[in-house]
Design a binder for this molecule. Structure first.
Ligand code: ZN
Length: 337
């Protein structure tokens, strides 16, 4: 006997549920607009769904500006490229190593590089910039080479923080519906450094994330990658035949940081530099993006023949999703510069 009951499909309230029932999925596709149209898969008559972009970010890292190797013109060129993006960039995130080096450089040499940084940024950058500290932005830790005692005013992190307009080496802020956490990757070890947060900063990170509304997506930035495959490409193999890479390559406390992120599923993206290589690791709901280097191989062409001078262009969406592209800006190595 026939019944008057409506069919199962007509009882499914939304088109999305109907598609799900039929085994079809709704897939999003990247496009440039503020609200991108998404393509539907499996049904050409479906209405497009949209997600709203809330922020377009240029992620600049490892700029390493210096008077040599035409680096100053390189920085001017990348800033022009960012400012000329037809689809406007709202914010620059700089994950450090802004100058070539101050960890093992004298007072005068350090000043020369920061002066160059300020001159170029003042003249060529009108987009707001938020920065993290890189190892090369820290003054004098290698005392023998930097000819410092450690007693000099602003020795260590203070000088780099001041140059980058920062009150603290780690901090957080909110913008356009996203929460941003800026970490300090670089801790002293002998006369150099290792990559970790230290106990106090780890505790601060946990407390900071606990205060964020679980519906607010989070982007974390650090100079050194929290998680990256790039150290595995290093040629060093130890005498016992094991992988061997230094504790300055990626975070030694990546496990502890990942465990904190696990408690806060709204942590979506973690961006970094330092390795001058491009990779992406998706792990436990977080995408770890290592976004190359503005300087490529320290202004001497590609790094490892694989990473061109470039920057990340990151779109953040209201729903917590993101898109990342690595953009080259046409920089060419000039051996005689
Ligand atoms: Zn670095």
């Amino acid at each position: 006997m026939m019944t008057n009951k409506p069919s199962l499909i007509s009882r499914l309230t939304s088109r999305r549920e109907a598609l799900k029932f039929l085994g079809l999925s709704v897939g999003a596709v990247v496009a440039g607009g503020a609200a991108t149209r998404a393509q539907t898969v499996g049904n050409s008559e479906s209405k497009p769904v949209s997600r709203k972009r809330v922020l377009r970010i240029a992620h600049l890292t490892d700029i390493h500006v210096q008077p040599e190797r035409d680096a100053a013109n390189g920085l001017i060129a990348v800033l022009k490229h960012v400012h000329d993006q037809p689809d406007k960039v709202d914010l620059i995130l700089n994950t450090g190593d802004s100058i070539m080096d101050s960890m093992s450089q004298t007072d005068a040499r350090t000043q020369l590089q920061w002066d160059l940084w300020h001159k170029i940024c003042n003249e060529h950058c009108t987009i707001p910039m938020r920065s993290a500290l890189g190892n090369h932005d820290i003054w004098g830790w290698t005392k023998s080479k930097s000819q410092t005692t450690g007693e000099e005013p602003k020795w260590g992190k203070e000088r780099g923080l001041e140059a980058l307009g920062l009150k603290r080496a780690y901090y957080s802020f909110d913008q356009n519906g996203w929460h941003f956490v800026v970490l300090d990757s670089v801790m002293p070890y002998r006369d150099k450094y290792k990559a970790h947060l230290g106990k106090r900063q780890l505790e601060w990170l946990e407390k900071d994330l606990a205060k964020v509304d679980p519906k607010t997506p989070v982007l974390v930035m650090s100079h050194i990658p929290i998680l990256s495959v790039t150290p595995l490409l290093a040629p060093d193999v130890s005498a016992t035949g094991d992988f061997e890479f230094g504790g300055g390559a990626i975070h030694l406390d990546g496990q502890a940081i990942k465990n904190i992120f696990k408690k806060y599923p709204n942590v979506k993206v973690a961006i970094s530099g330092h390795q001058h290589l491009v990779d992406r690791v998706d792990y436990m709901g977080v995408s770890y993006l290592c976004n190359g280097a503005v300087s490529g191989g320290w202004w001497k062409g590609k790094n490892l023949e694989e990473c061109d001078a470039g920057y990340g262009l990151i779109d953040l969406y209201e729903d917590g999703s993101f898109e990342n592209q690595y953009i080259t800006y046409g920089w060419e190595y000039k051996p005689n510069a």
